[in-house]
Design a protein around this ligand. Structure first.
Ligand code: GLU
Length: 445
C-alpha cells in the first residue's frame, strides 16, 4: 500500500469530503510501514475495505417548530465497521454536519473504539439541525422525528448511538423515548442515558476525565504531573466541562475556556462555582461564553479569538475539528507549552500536528486521549447487559485503567528511536492491528 496513491484515488472519488480525506490520510501515513510488513493484509485488500463505510443511511427529518412552521433537516448514520463489536459512536446535531464530517468521525471512531479494548465497532451520525435557540419542545419534536427513521437500523447488538456536539442527556432521553415507543423494548440502545433508567454513573464526565487522566500519563513520562500546571482549554461543552472539573480537582489551574464568540481568560483559574456556571452557559442554548466574564470579575473576554495565544503549560482543545492551526501551534511552542492533549476529535490541523511533533512537545490525538467517553459508554453497555448498575468509584476506576492501558499501547507502538513517543502513530497502529486482524479472521464480508 502506498498511502499517497490511496489518498489520490480517494480524493477523486470524494472530492467534496476534505475532513474525511484528512482523517484517512493521517491513519494511512501512520500505518503504512506496519501494513506493508504483513503482505496478507494487502492480499485481503484490507485498506480499501476499511476506508469505505459498511453502509450509510441518509434521511429527511420533518418537524414542526413552535410557530407552526414545518422544518426540514437532513439526518445520517454512517455505520463504518463492526469487525470487533456492534457499531458504536455518537450523534452530532450542528449546522455544520455533512457526510464528510460524519465519515471522518465514524472512521476515527473505529480506531478509538478498538483502543478501548472493549467490543465496539465504529459509527457516527447526526443532523444539520441547530439546537441553539430552540425551545425544549422543539428539541423534543426534532429528536422524535429523527428517531422515527433511525430506529430501523439501531439496536443493542447492532448499532448503539450516543451523544456528541449538540446531543447530551436531554436529547438522548427524547431519542430513547421514541425508540422505546416504536419497538416496545427497553434494551439500552443508546448510551449516555439518565442514571435512573440505565445510564452509567460518570458517563457525563467521562470524556473530560479520561483526557485529564491521559494528560497525566503523558506528563509522567517526563517526570511531571498535572498538579500546579496552567492549562488552556477550548470549548465549554461536555468534554471541556469534565476536563476542567478533573484538572481542577487534581490541583491544576485552568485559565481559559472558549465558545464560537471568543475566549475567556481567567488567571485565577476555575473553581466549583465557575464549573457550575459552565453548565448554566450550556443550558442557556446560546452558544456563547461572554457571560462568564460578566459574571466573574477576574475573567476577561477576548472577542472572536482563540485561547492558544495565552501562555500555558498544557493545552487541551475540547471544541471541534481543525480549531487549532499551525500559527496557534507555533504560539503554544513559543510560550513554553509542554503538552498538547486533544479532547475534541481532530482539533489540530495536519500542519499544527507537524509543528508540535517537530518541536518534540508531548502530543496526543483525540482518538487516544478522548476515548474515555466511548469507553464509559462500553461500560454502560456492560451494565445494561447484566442488568446491574455499578457505583461511581467502580466506573471511574475502570475508566482510569482503560486510559492507562491506551497510553501504554501508544507507547508500545509509537516509541521513536530518539525516545520521543509518537502518539499518533502508536494510537493508529494499535487501533488498526486489532481491527485488521479481526477482519482477516472473519473473511471477505
Ligand atoms: N461522541 C463521543 C466520541 O466522540 C462518544 C461516543 C459514544 O459514547 O458512543 O467518542
Amino acid at each position: 500500500m502506498q498511502a499517497d496513491k490511496v489518498i489520490t484515488a480517494l480524493k477523486q472519488r470524494y472530492p467534496n469530503e476534505p475532513e474525511y480525506i484528512q482523517a484517512v490520510h493521517e491513519v494511512l501515513l501512520s500505518i503504512e510501514e506496519v501494513y506493508n510488513a504483513y503482505p496478507q493484509f494487502e492480499a485481503a485488500n484490507i485498506i480499501e475495505r476499511l476506508i469505505e463505510p459498511d453502509r450509510i443511511l441518509t434521511f429527511k427529518v420533518s418537524w414542526v417548530d413552535d410557530a407552526g412552521h414545518v422544518q426540514i433537516n437532513r439526518g445520517y448514520r454512517v455505520q463504518f465497521n463492526n469487525a470487533i463489536g456492534p457499531y458504536k459512536g455518537g450523534l452530532r446535531f450542528h449546522p455544520s454536519v455533512n457526510l464528510s464530517i460524519l465519515k471522518f468521525l465514524g472512521f476515527e471512531q473505529i480506531f478509538k473504539n478498538s483502543l478501548t479494548t472493549l467490543a465496539m465497532g465504529g459509527a457516527k451520525g447526526g443532523s444539520d439541525f441547530n439546537p441553539k435557540g430552540k425551545s425544549n419542545a422543539e428539541i423534543m419534536r426534532f429528536c422524535q422525528a429523527f428517531m422515527l427513521e433511525l430506529w430501523r437500523i439501531v439496536g443493542p447488538e447492532t448499532d448503539v448511538p450516543a451523544g456528541d456536539i449538540g446531543v447530551g442527556g436531554r436529547e438522548i432521553g427524547f431519542l430513547y423515548g421514541m425508540y422505546k415507543k416504536l419497538t416496545m423494548e427497553h434494551n439500552g440502545v443508546l448510551t449516555g442515558k439518565g442514571t435512573n433508567w440505565g445510564g452509567s454513573l460518570v458517563r457525563p464526565e467521562a470524556t473530560g476525565f479520561g483526557v485529564v487522566y491521559f494528560t497525566n500519563e503523558m506528563l509522567a513520562t517526563i517526570g511531571q504531573s498535572i498538579e500546579g500546571k496552567k492549562i488552556a482549554i477550548s470549548g465549554f461543552g461536555n468534554v471541556a466541562w469534565g476536563a476542567v472539573k478533573k484538572a481542577t480537582e487534581l490541583g491544576a489551574k485552568v485559565i481559559t475556556l472558549s465558545g464560537p464568540d471568543g475566549y475567556i481568560y481567567d488567571p485565577e483559574g476555575m473553581n466549583a462555582e465557575k464549573i457550575d456556571f459552565m453548565l448554566e452557559l450550556r443550558a442557556s442554548n446560546e452558544d456563547v461564553v461572554k457571560p462568564f466574564a460578566d459574571r466573574f470579575s477576574g475573567a476577561k473576554f477576548f472577542d472572536g479569538r482563540h485561547p492558544w495565544e495565552v501562555p500555558c503549560d498544557v493545552a487541551i482543545p475540547c471544541a471541534t475539528q481543525n480549531e487549532l492551526d499551525e500559527n496557534d501551534a507555533k504560539n503554544l511552542i513559543e510560550n513554553g507549552c509542554k503538552c498538547l492533549c486533544e479532547g475534541a476529535n481532530m482539533p489540530c490541523t495536519p500542519q499544527a500536528i507537524h509543528a508540535i511533533q517537530q518541536s518534540k512537545i508531548l502530543y496526543a490525538p483525540g482518538k487516544a486521549a478522548n476515548a474515555g467517553g466511548v469507553a464509559t459508554s462500553g461500560l454502560e453497555m456492560s451494565q445494561n447487559a447484566s442488568k446491574l448498575a455499578w457505583p461511581a468509584n467502580e466506573v471511574d476506576m475502570r475508566l482510569r485503567q482503560i486510559m492507562h492501558n491506551i497510553h501504554q499501547n501508544c507507547m508500545n507502538y509509537g516509541k521513536q528511536p530518539d525516545g520521543y513517543t509518537d502518539y499518533v502513530k502508536g494510537a493508529n497502529i494499535a487501533g488498526f492491528l486489532k481491527v485488521a486482524n479481526a477482519m482477516m479472521e472473519q473473511g471477505v464480508v
